[in-house]
Design a protein around this ligand. Structure first.
Ligand SMILES: Cc1ncc(COP(=O)(O)O)c(C=O)c1O
Length: 404
């Protein structure tokens, strides 16, 4: 069977494989604790459900414009005004099947084969694969000081004749690090100076802790006219717990949005009419669910970090936002893939191997579930990894005895 070069270049996702194994185990009745996921467990806002239901009941569910329905664009215009103090027009917006599709069509619109897109490491798993899907090259940048906070000089050192774009995701999946305002100012300035596209993946920008406020990248842009290469991406998946609706958007100059729309129109057409209506409901409705989710996540983070600090071999940086913690487990084995597999095999806890995000020896632990799952999951992990703990552990009414 002949498979295309691009098809062959896309690696099997270890994350998906672990997820599948966990799903099979769960279906068999195994007490799997899922600390690997990327979605809040709360319900979507009621306004989202009511708005979508009204359309569903009307039966008028048709194709939508390739760049999104006017009502969603109006809601995004209001969102941009509120959170970015920025007045944009409908032609500056594309609504897509998730922020993921917005980023993908942006890259397809700007990358030529062999051209590079740069992003700080650790990075969201999809960035390198998206670059490959465009025939381009993803270039991760590791902070020389070994932290999760990139430095402008490390990024600048990677810029070359093939660099076309930089992606910044803050707060960050997988580390939870929110980059300092100074860094955002510097990266906006650097990209303008070097005439590079800057994709701000702001999907977690409202899920931040300890009194932090979302950072507005436009504040630091000198060029705010239609030649600006700043692209701001967001969506309803995380902040409104609406992952399954698959609605995200990008805001950029009109010419780029036109090109992105052309690409999207031949890929998927406009996103589902029902889901766009739901997103309109979420964006225009009562906003209390976002704050309630944020507070819950902050509490979950505190519980998780406190428990992780009791391990003898774990090093943790307290996440500033998101619902992920990226902790150094290298004292228990250099291969994060093997470690994650071992935790699933031994005690049915699913966490994500750091290698998927560009850093081996680390595990990404999600805290978007319940406190009960977090505490029980961590207790099981500790039992496997810290040998002085009791020799027995109960998974439900099944007794495990440590045999290593
Ligand atoms: C950093 C980052 N960007 C984008 C996305 C995509 O979100 P969506 O569900 O809107 O496609 C995710 C989802 O996990 C993410 O973690």
């Amino acid at each position: 069977m002949s498979i295309s070069q691009i098809g062959r270049s896309i690696a099997e996702s270890a994350t998906l494989k672990l997820n599948e194994t966990a799903a099979i185990l769960r279906a068999k009745g195994e007490p799997v604790i899922h600390l690997g996921g990327g979605e809040p467990k709360t319900k979507p806002p009621i306004d989202a459900l009511v708005t979508a239901s009204a359309l569903l009941n009307s039966g008028e569910i048709r194709y939508t414009p390739a760049d999104g329905i006017p009502a969603l664009k109006q809601a995004v215009i209001r969102y941009m005004d509120e959170f970015y103090d920025r007045k944009v027009q409908p032609e500056n917006i594309i609504c897509s099947g998730g922020a993921k599709q917005s980023i993908m069509v942006a890259l397809q619109a700007i990358l030529n084969p062999q051209e590079e897109v740069i992003y700080p490491a650790p990075y969201w798993v999809s960035y390198p694969e998206m670059a490959k899907l465009c025939g381009g090259v993803g270039v991760p940048v590791y902070a020389e000081d070994g932290t999760f906070y990139p430095r402008i000089q490390d990024i600048e050192a990677k810029l070359g004749p093939y660099t076309r774009a930089v992606i910044i995701n803050s707060p960050n999946n997988p580390t939870g690090a929110m980059y300092p305002e100074q860094f955002i100012a510097e990266i906006v300035e650097l990209c303008e100076k070097r005439d590079l596209y800057l994709i701000m993946d702001d999907i977690y920008h409202r899920l931040i802790f300890d009194g932090r406020k979302p950072i507005n990248c436009y504040k630091y842009a000198k060029n705010l006219d239609e030649s600006s290469k700043l692209i701001v991406v967001n969506g309803v998946s995380k902040q409104y717990a609406m992952t399954g609706f698959r609605i995200g958007w990008a805001v950029a100059n009109k010419k780029l949005i036109r090109v992105m729309t052309n690409i999207q129109s031949h890929q998927t057409s406009g996103p589902s009419a029902l889901c766009q209506q739901a997103a309109v409901g979420a964006l225009n409705g009562v906003q209390s669910s976002v704050e309630s989710l944020r507070v819950t996540l902050e509490n979950n983070r505190n519980v998780l970090v406190e428990r992780l600090n009791t391990f003898r071999g774990v090093r943790v940086s307290k996440p500033d936002g998101t619902f992920y913690c990226f902790a150094d487990f290298s004292a228990y084995g250099k291969s994060s893939q093997k470690l994650a597999q071992r935790l699933l095999d031994k005690v049915r806890v699913l966490v994500m191997p750091g290698i998927e995000f560009g850093l081996d020896g680390y595990l990404r632990i999600s805290y978007c579930g319940t406190v009960k799952d977090i505490t029980e999951g961590i207790e099981r992990m500790k039992w496997v990894l810290d040998p002085e703990a009791p020799n027995e552990l109960y998974l439900g009414n099944r007794k495990l005895v440590r045999d290593w």
